[in-house]
Design a protein around this ligand. Structure first.
Ligand code: CA
Length: 223
């Protein structure tokens, strides 16, 4: 897996590079914001480690430009110790995790592994549960490969349940994520919506947990 390391201080960069390579990663390095922006925009990295304090274009600006260009690679930012402002700005700009300097290399590697695992869970735009496939990139749903036409509301409800796969979602929570603030809805709207979804999917994939809500069970791990 190829990692982009953006760090202007040579000694820190060299330590991180060695640790990354020892842990089996391939590492590209940029020592300024402009090069970082270009590499992140043109190369396909599994993850990016981004120092925020950079000469020229600073790390927050680079990150904002990447995210504005819909670059979805997970980004771990390295922030100044104690600077909660930097952490907040970084996360708001689209960072997936942060690590205050100075840090233990073991912790950097552990956070990187966690980032890559999480990205893997969501890396494929197609989410599956039994015979059901939901393509989040194209907003398409199919059962055993046969396309199912859903209304936007039905799609939102199914998509939310799939993103929370393995967890029980209450009617209240589902309504929050399905309806806009000013959309009119009947008190039984979610039950009706789930009923329609079940008829369309014919897959029995949405289970009811009485008194708690709805759940789509985890897909079996591929053997
Ligand atoms: Ca720096």
């Amino acid at each position: 897996m190829k990692i982009l390391l953006v760090e202007d201080e040579n000694s820190i960069a060299e330590d991180i590079r060695q640790a990354l390579e020892a842990a089996g990663y391939v590492c590209d390095r940029a020592d300024n914001g402009e090069d970082a922006w270009f590499l992140g925009d043109t190369e396909n990295y599994a993850a990016i480690i981004l120092d925020l304090g950079l000469p020229g274009m600073d790390g927050i600006t680079v990150l904002k430009k990447w995210r504005a260009a819909e670059m979805n690679t997970p980004v771990l930012i390295l922030t100044a110790r104690g600077s909660w402002i930097e952490r907040v700005e970084g996360i708001d700009a689209g960072a997936d995790d942060y690590l205050p300097k100075p840090f233990r290399m073991e912790e950097l590697l552990a956070r990187l592994r966690a980032l890559l695992r999480r990205a893997e869970g969501k890396a494929s735009p197609v989410m599956r549960a039994g015979d059901l496939a939901l393509d989040t990139a194209h907003m398409r749903v199919s059962v055993r490969g046969i396309p199912v036409n859903l209304t936007p509301l039905e799609y939102r409800a199914l998509s939310y349940l799939m993103h929370r796969q393995g967890q029980v979602v209450s009617q209240f929570e589902l309504a929050e994520h399905v309806y806009g603030h000013d959309e009119e809805k009947e008190s039984n709207a979610i039950e009706v919506l789930i009923g329609r979804l079940r008829r369309k999917l014919k897959a029995g994939v949405i289970k009811t947990r009485r008194g708690f809500g709805y759940i789509i069970e985890e897909a079996e791990a591929p053997s």
